[in-house]
Design a protein around this ligand. Structure first.
Ligand code: MTE
Length: 321
């Protein structure tokens, strides 16, 4: 039988899944948190707590989930222990081990570039005017593993509309925090730091694209990109940039961390496409964690084609990989 002995189960793991599954209790706690936070900023509890405590903060007033897959959810343990966040090292377990060092409060997100209302926002002010929603999405990494994750976030379009991009803004560029003193991977030339990513403006405005601030009903763990990250479910995971400090509207296609590091392997679009293999491995199948075997068939646009394929009408998706 596969029953783990009690000492190997971390208390946070137990709390999180119980909270999530016992929805009514979660709503009660969330309601109490909402009352407590009534006159104060959203995530205010997170702002006063240490980074470790912040990871355990329930998010108040989350709109019921938008489910885009009926597949089994990955456990909190899977989602927070097998990560890519190269700022903390290239090992899958490095982010869980080292990301606790990153200070996430206070946190400012600069929204600027070609827009009528540029501003520097405290992250809670960026989020507060918008309704938090739960979105259950597949995340498909370019390395051919995948998970199903219950994110909490807001549509990126809400933030874009508030900034009022100018007519010539055609792309959005995103930048991750650069702080080598707290991010040991940034002391190595793994990528050209800071990590940058980009979307075409219509991709950024698409209703599936969210800025996530939590998962399993609670604020993000640092290893998942606290306090705020992008989630673009039809693209390979590396487009979903973590720990964002800047959102900039630009006229030309921005440079992106992975395409700068290896342009022949990683393109700007990076839509999930089982028919275009990575030069070093097949993209036809994926390993659905915690499975060790790539037995799950990869779907075009990660299964979101009915909603996003029209964005790419007329484009050669073999060239625009
Ligand atoms: N964002 C930053 N800043 N640094 C990274 O190394 N890795 C990307 C993406 N966002 C990465 C990042 C990759 S390759 C993947 S697959 C996803 O984050 C993984 O997200 P997860 O660890 O929350 O599952």
């Amino acid at each position: 039988m596969l029953i783990r002995p009690a000492p190997t189960i971390r208390p946070s793991e137990i709390t999180d899944e119980q909270l999530y599954l016992r929805r009514r209790e979660f709503m009660r706690i969330a309601g109490a948190a909402a009352l407590a936070a009534a006159a104060s900023p959203l995530l205010s509890a997170a702002c006063e707590a240490s980074p470790a405590d912040a990871a355990q903060t329930p998010l108040p007033d989350v709109k019921p989930k938008v489910v885009t897959t009926d597949e089994k959810l990955n456990s909190f343990e899977d989602i927070t222990s097998y990560n890519n966040f190269y700022e903390f090292g290239t090992g899958k377990n490095d982010p869980q081990r080292y990301a606790g060092r990153m200070k996430t409060t206070p946190w400012t997100v600069k929204v600027d570039g070609l827009c009528a209302k540029p501003a520097d926002y405290a992250v809670e002010d960026l989020i507060r005017p918008h309704q938090l929603e739960e979105r259950i999405y597949r995340l498909r990494c370019v390395e051919a593993w995948s998970m199903v994750i219950p994110w909490v976030g807001i549509p990126l379009a809400s933030v874009i509309d508030r900034a009022q991009p100018q007519g010539k803004a055609a792309f959005v560029e995103f930048t991750t925090l650069q702080r080598p003193s707290e991010m040991p991977g940034q002391r190595e030339p793994i990528l050209d730091w800071p990590y940058v990513e980009g979307l075409r403006l219509d991709e950024a405005r698409h209703p599936l694209t969210i800025l996530a601030v939590g998962l399993y009903g609670r604020t993000l763990m640092n290893q998942n990109g606290a306090p705020i990250r992008l989630v673009v479910p039809w693209k390979y995971g590396f487009k979903s940039i973590k720990s964002i400090v800047r959102i900039r509207f630009v006229e030309r296609q921005p440079r992106t961390a992975w395409s700068m590091s290896n342009p022949s392997e990683y393109g700007f679009y990076s839509n999930v496409n089982p028919e275009v293999d990575h030069p070093r491995w097949s993209q036809a199948r994926e390993k659905r964690l915690p499975s060790l075997f790539a037995t799950t068939r990869t779907q075009m646009f990660n299964g979101y084609g009915d909603q996003v394929a029209s964005l790419y009408a007329g484009m050669d998706l073999r060239k625009n990989y």
